[in-house]
Design a protein around this ligand. Structure first.
Ligand code: ATP
Length: 665
């Protein structure tokens, strides 16, 4: 990749100048230095001035000891201070050298002494009398006002300077805090996008994005649109204006954009949706304008807006609610820029969100975001790839089997997998191991799924027994149901908020049948059923299970149309446009029917769970006792007690077999 040593300042982001591979540091001179210098000069003048200070004395002393001896040349009354300054005759200064401050020499002009006059008219009267008493001596009386030079100017200016200083300081801070960047408050309307110029060294490449083959292909195609547009336009086609990466959190959308910036070889502007939002009205729209202006200057180029839902949320339908005006203005500007009157050929907009459902439909229409690239949670094969990427920097033990780890992590996103790898390395380091072993990965997965193990929690013997029978209930019921998720292990070691748990390995299904949902519900209710059957009493321990079962039952009835009485109706609104939260889309009678059906579903599942446990009462007790003894039991133990599950799927079978050929080195 070609090196580009040009230092640029675009949109508040600049790359440091590079010399001999090291950034050159030039001393920075800014406004603060000016203030410092000014203050130093003022203070310097104040203290380093050559003037000696007059010595304080009294009117009486002056009159009786100085004037009477003819030593005083002049008395100057400083009216604004209520003081009078005494100037001695040049040849008499020496006489008072004891009293005078050092620095007064015979040549020094004075004033040599000063005194407080008291009321001006009284003083004038007294001076007149004193002068009349000494007719042979000449003493001049003068009136003046005086400000003590720099000191008084400084004392006047200081508060003003201080206010200006604070004002500038806070404004700079504020505008920088708001992303104003260099240039302060006046740049607030400028786009905050980071610009990655052609040739900028970005370490992320498409190789770092594991799996997501289709999404990667789409993104790569966008890059090729920019590089050789003729190939696509010569047949009359138009180059897409934008692509939207949609998917759950942590699935690699931002990572993909980073890789694109690294590989596109065209200028890449990157910013987040929230960067447009500001406390000033009109700033968002102005930033959008500025972003597109900059981009058009650098076309062909790519603009990436992460978390676009911050500005792209559907515009309100109620025109009286003005609270979102600013956001709507920003969105309107974005819509205009993306497909407005002005052409912006050569600028492709890539955006990412995990809330495509709430985006404004005008934003999503063809001609703006022509393409939607769905980045889903990774499947088994993709998870393997992601694990490989994240295991590369680790020292991994020979027993670590990537396909096995991928199987243990259904439903995990790329970010979760990155977290597993990191957590496993930390766990291994804590145990002073030289390599990260399989068990460390399993512990990391457990920790991420269930939270931190909390063995020090004090649990009474009776409670422990109840927990064991509860968990054994889940395990037994699910073991004996065809469609329940395969069980991994059962534990009564408290973890996170849970006191015990049955761990399943959810099957990766694209669609789920009613039977599967019912079996799942039944195994969820197995815990409470076990408590009732064994102890004849029920506890609060089943709250989480009941919540799950209830939600699932409601979804079955109102979303999936799985109830006979309600029929094939779905009251779910995937567009998010309806006001279902305020008004129900069904009548009161249907509402009652829904409640009834939900109750029916849950009760039937509960009765089924109880029947299963009653039938296998002995085995259930055995599972619970083993659990009490060992705290953690695995599917092999259940197989010994309850027999092999006849419905074990192929995939599940292979789950516990380690593949020798897929070790990560
Ligand atoms: P969000 O929507 O919450 O912003 P996202 O989809 O943008 O999430 P990323 O920030 O791209 O998620 O991913 C987070 C981290 O997860 C990445 O830094 C990377 O370590 C890891 N990751 C996610 N997907 C992948 C993948 N396909 N390959 C490798 N690593 C991945």
């Amino acid at each position: 990749m070609a090196e580009n040593n040009e230092s640029k300042r675009d949109g508040g982001f600049n790359f440091p100048p590079v010399g001999n591979g090291r950034p050159i540091r030039t001393p920075r001179i800014n406004g603060y230095w000016m203030y410092l210098i000014l203050a130093a000069v003022i203070i310097g003048f104040q203290f380093l001035g050559e003037r000696a200070m007059p010595v304080r004395t009294t009117w009486q002393e002056v009159r009786e000891k100085m004037m009477s001896k003819g030593d005083v040349e002049e008395v100057k009354v400083i009216t604004n201070r209520g003081q009078a300054q005494v100037f001695l005759r040049g040849d008499r200064v020496e006489k008072y050298s004891e009293l005078l401050a050092k620095g007064f020499k015979s040549t020094t002009g004075g004033p040599h002494f000063y005194f407080m006059t008291g009321p001006m008219d009284v003083f004038a009267e007294e001076f007149k009398e004193a002068k009349e008493a000494l007719p042979e001596t000449e003493v001049a009386l003068d009136y003046d006002t005086e400000y003590d030079g720099w000191g008084s100017i400084f004392s006047y200016l200081f508060p003003i300077l201080l206010i200006v200083f604070i004002w500038v300081f806070f404004f700079r801070r504020m505008s920088r805090g708001m992303g104003g960047g260099p240039g302060g408050i006046f740049n607030v309307g400028k786009s905050q996008a980071k610009l990655f110029e052609k040739g900028t060294n970005i370490s992320v490449t498409f190789k770092d994005v594991a799996g997501l083959a289709e999404a990667k292909q789409e993104v790569e195609e966008i890059v090729s649109f920019l590089k050789c547009p003729d190939k696509y336009t010569k047949l009359g086609g138009k180059i897409p204006k934008g692509a939207l990466l949609v998917g759950p959190p942590g699935t690699g959308k931002t990572l993909m954009a980073k890789a694109m910036a690294g590989e596109a070889n065209v200028p890449f502007f990157s910013m987040s949706g929230s960067d447009f939002v500001e406390m000033f009205v009109g700033v968002g729209a102005s930033r959008v304008r500025d972003l597109f202006k900059q981009a058009k200057e650098k076309a062909p180029c790519i603009i990436f807006i992460d978390e676009i839902d911050a500005i792209g949320r559907a515009r309100g339908r109620n025109p009286n609610m003005n609270s979102n005006d600013e956001r709507e203005n920003t969105l309107n500007q974005l819509l205009t820029e993306m497909d407005g009157f002005a052409t912006n050929s050569g600028v492709i907009i890539l955006a990412a969100t995990n809330r495509a459902d709430i985006l404004d439909s005008a934003l999503m229409r063809a001609g703006r975001f022509d393409r939607q690239i769905y980045v889903d949670l990774p499947e088994l094969k993709d998870r393997e790839e992601i694990f490989k990427v994240h295991l590369k920097p680790l020292s991994v033990g020979a027993d670590v089997d990537v396909p096995f780890l991928a199987k243990q992590t259904p439903g995990f996103s790329g970010a979760d997998i990155a977290n597993v790898a990191n957590e496993a390395a930390l766990i291994a380091a804590r145990k002073d191991k030289s390599v990260v072993e399989k068990q460390d990965f399993l512990d990391a997965i457990d920790r991420i799924v269930g939270g931190l193990e909390n063995r020090s929690k004090v649990i009474k013997v009776g409670e422990k027994k109840a927990i064991a029978y509860h968990e054994a209930g889940h395990a037994t019921v699910s073991w004996l149901l065809e469609h329940a998720h395969p069980l991994l292990k059962v534990t009564i070691v408290p973890r996170g908020k849970a006191l015990g748990a049955a761990w399943y390995l959810p099957q990766e299904r694209q669609i789920t049948t009613k039977e599967q949902l019912l079996d799942q519900m039944c195994s969820v209710l197995g815990g409470r059923a076990a408590e009732e059957l064994t102890f004849g009493q029920i506890s609060t321990g089943a709250q989480n299970d009941l919540e799950k079962a209830t939600k699932q039952a409601y979804a079955m009835v109102t979303v999936f149309g799985m109830s006979e009485k309600i029929g094939n109706l779905s009251y779910y609104d995937s567009t998010g446009q309806s006001d279902f939260s305020l008004t129900k889309p069904y009548s009161e009678r249907t509402a009652e029917l829904i409640d009834e059906e939900v109750k029916n579903l849950v009760e039937t599942a509960y009765a089924r769970a109880k029947a299963i446990l009653e039938e296998h009462r002995e085995q259930h007790a055995q599972v619970a006792e083993l659990l009490l003894e060992r705290e953690v039991i695995f599917s092999d133990d259940l197989e010994r007690i309850l027999g092999k599950r006849p419905w074990t799927e192929d995939e599940e079978e292979s789950m516990n077999h380690e593949k020798e050929d897929a070790h990560v080195q």
